[in-house]
Write a protein that binds this ligand. Structure first.
Ligand code: GLC
Length: 490
């Protein structure tokens, strides 16, 4: 053609044999190459775990380290007898949720909630506007659920409900109802918020919309997950989230948190730590095996060099990593010859959910994969190509799970959780953990690769809703602590 473009004369009704597809052999050769770069040996995993452990320790010693290890001012485990009605607001990576949680003691609770999806604009625009939207949603929820005289919990005029705000981003806290946003993660933008106290900004929004609540705790989703999981199962020691972002929290001895020594908190006390481990190996890139696709993801992200660990693992990026491999094979004229590939060439066009779907396709013909490629990208595929795509998804998904195992192993090793015969339960949540087929099994396999047989004592399980229930329990714990006069200013 005069423009230099190839004319795609094939239609989708034509037999796939008509298209100049790559042979089975070529696809197998390519797969071998990707296997080499995406596979993590047990030895490499042990090295990563060691380096990870050092980064966690450093984060506890001094402020401003790569892995920030944020003290949360959640003092110790819940008793399981916490009670009361609390509102919880959950601002995550994809949705906004408003919950009314009734904490009933004995590991029981009830929850009513409304969910709102955030638009891309809301994620990039002015931060105050985003918080105004949160306040408005909260106000609507209260008006609809709590002001009618026949509602189960009737709010009297002038009465205010305690609110736990789950804000799933790194915030430096020097008390529980305050937090300075260190940086946005998970593709959020709103630059005017970084370095500011988000609790303060949110209080302004609450005032503006006259919302009858008192912001009593600002928490991270992992901290909420830790507390909610322990409330239901007291054997829980660690919480992890594998969703749009990835992170972990655990309970630390205050005596080990060197950087808060000046607060003179009784050294026999425990405090939950929000690790913000997604930042591991940021800037220096010394320990994690990054492929050229990972480097492109990083450089084209809105925070280059940051969240190095998260970029290899979390749901925000896995689809993009796979898409970049496909684009390379398109450029090398291996895939989709004679077809129009513009749809798949759009950054972030390949959702991580497609990897889950491809891996779980139960048909011999891989019909699900046919559907994804034809429906979303107007591309025809052969069986050999589809088998390759599925194998590639598996490599990327498996690498993510094995790296996750390294993070868990670092905490387990640091805390000596395998030194007793007790199982070490890990409460896990997030779309990858909950929906990606085999993700949990691959983490468990990875833990055995790192620790040998005793690694089997570390068991992940689907956690309770940390951002809702956990946030409410933490609000209850905080109230009880302050009422008892225990560090009332923290
Ligand atoms: C990102 C955030 C972190 C959050 C995690 C999971 O890593 O920085 O705060 O816990 O995503 O949502």
């Amino acid at each position: 053609m005069p423009t230099g473009h190839t004319l795609a004369i094939h239609t989708r009704t034509q037999d796939e044999e008509d298209l100049p597809h790559a042979t089975k052999r070529t696809m197998a050769d390519h797969l071998r190459k990707y296997e080499t770069i995406f596979t993590l040996t047990p030895q490499r995993m042990r090295m990563i775990t060691e380096a990870f452990k050092e980064a966690l320790e450093l984060g506890l010693q001094k402020p401003g380290q790569i892995v920030p290890m944020i003290p949360t001012f959640v003092f110790g485990w819940p008793t399981g007898q916490e009670k009361g009605e609390y509102l919880a607001l959950d601002l995550g990576g994809t949705n906004l949720r408003v919950c009314l949680v009734s904490v009933q003691g004995d590991g029981k609770f009830e929850i009513a909630q409304s969910k709102y999806r955030l638009t891309e604009e809301q994620k990039q625009e002015d931060g105050q506007k985003l918080f105004d939207f949160c306040a408005e949603c909260l106000k609507t929820f209260i008006d609809q659920n709590l002001t009618e005289s026949d509602s189960p919990l009737h709010l009297k005029p002038g009465e205010k409900l305690p609110l736990g705000f789950t804000f799933s981003y790194p915030c430096a806290q020097d008390r529980i109802d305050h937090g300075v946003l260190i940086r946005w993660t998970k593709g959020f933008g709103a630059p005017n918020m970084e370095g500011h106290d988000v609790a303060e900004i949110f209080r302004k929004s609450l005032e503006k919309y006259d919302v009858p609540v008192v912001l009593s705790a600002l928490i991270n989703d992992t901290t909420g997950t830790l507390i909610a999981s322990h409330y239901v199962n007291p054997k829980t020691k660690i919480a992890v989230i594998f969703g749009t972002g990835c992170n972990a929290a655990y309970m630390e001895h205050v005596s080990n948190i060197e950087k808060i020594k000046s607060l003179n908190i009784d050294s026999s006390t425990d405090m939950a730590i929000n690790c913000e481990w997604g930042a591991f190996d940021s800037f220096e890139h010394e320990h994690l095996p990054r492929t050229k696709y990972d480097i492109t993801v990083d450089e084209d992200s809105n925070k280059p060099k940051e969240q190095a660990f998260e970029k290899l693992i979390s749901g925000r990026y896995l689809g993009e990593i796979l898409r970049l491999v496909l684009c390379e094979l398109i450029d090398e004229a291996v895939l989709f010859l004679g077809q129009n590939t513009y749809k798949i060439e759009v950054p972030y066009a390949f959702d991580t959910a497609f990897l889950s779907l491809m891996e779980s396709d139960p048909t011999d013909e891989l019909l699900m994969i046919i559907g994804i490629f034809s429906h979303f990208f107007a591309l025809e595929t052969t069986l050999a190509e589809r088998q390759f795509f599925r194998a590639l998804a598996k490599l990327i998904g498996r690498r993510a799970a094995r790296l996750s195992a390294c993070g868990i192993a670092a905490i387990v090793d640091k805390m000596g959780y395998l030194e007793t015969e007790e199982p070490c339960l890990v409460g896990a949540d997030g779309s990858l953990y909950n929906k990606y087929p085999g993700f949990a099994d691959r983490i468990h396999e990875g833990l055995v690769d790192i620790f040998g047989e005793k690694g089997r004592r570390i068991v992940t399980h689907h956690a309770e809703d940390g951002s809702g229930v956990g946030s409410a329990i933490i609000a209850a714990m905080t109230k009880a602590r302050r009422d008892a006069g225990l560090y009332p200013d923290l």
